[in-house]
Ligand binder design. Structure first.
Ligand code: PEP
Ligand code: MN
Length: 346
């Protein structure tokens, strides 16, 4: 349910609505849009509530939300959310951004070679995993905090915001200290305690879709973060498990187009994990932009054959530069040119 306030409502009238909700064991969250201010009602609403709220001073209308997710829904907030990052980067403003870098941070040399490559090719955000969710406990698990420190240094040296994954509540503090965006990976999309802890940091979060999660489950997971009062949330489609085994996952571009209709949150597409094959990353990146993705996440490694994780889907810096040139043509053709390059800090 949302309470649409009159344009000339007073603060007292707004506070009275909050108080009324509290009396009913509910919580209100104010969302200011371009043309109206609404209060989203969070909690289990009861039948008489609509009538109770409708007659209150300053209230224009009370509307039921048809979807089980609320704060992520366009019904609550019609205008697009724009997530602001350092170096003047905006995610969701209508101009796509590219996040690129190695799957795992392995060494300083490897990270610097990848960072230089993606920076020179025009990427906006540097990615790199320090805490890796590996299927086998015997596989490389990431460098941990020393990896975060390298990523931060590389981001600052090349003048790019950075994004990295956190695996558990254990990592929240360290990742929030060193990274500009907290990435919640596909294996943790429904780790609700982690979602709440990430939300509480009030740092931008990127929430990937679960390996076999429905769109509704994904948006309900987003609610756990938004519900903490953190509105800097980005979604990322990274492919889902299907019966098809010819590719690692099936990049669900239906989901990108549909979530853009259902939600105001920016949606990034990750064709690296979505396909698992480097040769498919460029065509699926072009397709992602064409269906309306707000950006791309791409794995790039200076020497994919020797990568400690996800080498088969990683692009060389040369292939990445080619991808950027081809994708720029699509972005220009659909009237959504890539965002401007990061702005150096004076
Ligand atoms: C990654 O970005 O390297 C990663 C592990 O992604 P996902 O959670 O989508 O598998
Ligand atoms: Mn990876």
């Amino acid at each position: 349910m949302i309470v649409i306030m009159k344009m000339d409502r007073t603060e007292q009238q707004r506070d009275a609505v909050f108080a009324r909700l509290k009396e009913g064991g509910l919580r209100g969250q104010e969302i200011s849009g371009e043309s109206r201010t609404v209060i989203a009602v969070l909690g289990q609403v009861y039948p008489e509530l609509r009538d109770d709220l409708s007659v209150m001073a300053g209230v224009d209308d009370v509307v039921r939300i048809s979807k089980p997710y609320k704060l992520s829904s366009r019904e609550v907030k019609p205008n697009d959310t724009v997530v602001k990052l350092p170096y003047g980067i905006q995610v969701g403003g209508g101009r796509p951004v590219v996040m690129a870098g190695p799957c795992s941070i392995e060494t300083e040399d490897q990270l610097w070679a990848a960072a230089r490559g993606v920076h020179d090719a025009g990427a906006h955000v540097l990615r790199g995993g320090a805490f890796k969710p590996r299927s086998s406990p015997y596989s490389f698990q990431g460098l941990g905090v020393p990896g975060l420190k390298l990523l931060r240094r590389a981001g600052d040296e090349f003048g790019m915001p950075v994004i990295t994954e956190l695996l558990s509540e254990r990592d929240v503090e360290a990742v929030a200290e060193y990274s500009d965006v907290l990435q919640i990976g596909a294996r943790n999309t429904q780790n609700f305690v982690l979602l709440e802890e990430a939300g509480k940091t009030h740092k931008p979060v990127m929430l990937k879709r679960a390996l076999a999660g429905t769109i509704e489950e994904w948006l309900l997971a987003a609610e756990y973060i938004l519900n903490q009062g953190n509105s800097d949330l980005i979604l990322c489609e990274r492919g889902i498990r299907t019966y098809e085994t010819a590719t690692r996952n099936t990049l669900d571009l239906n989901a990108v187009a549909l979530v853009k209709q259902l939600s105001h949150l920016p949606v990034i597409s990750d064709p690296s994990h979505g396909t698992g094959k480097w040769s498919l990353v460029k065509p699926m990146s072009m397709a992602s932009l064409a269906v309306g993705a707000d950006g791309l996440m791409i794995e790039v490694h200076p020497n994919p054959d020797h990568a400690l994780s996800d080498g088969a889907q990683s692009l060389t810096p040369g292939n990445f530069a080619h991808l950027m040139r081809e994708c720029a043509k699509v972005a220009n053709a659909i009237g959504r040119p890539f965002a401007d390059r990061p702005v150096p800090v004076a």
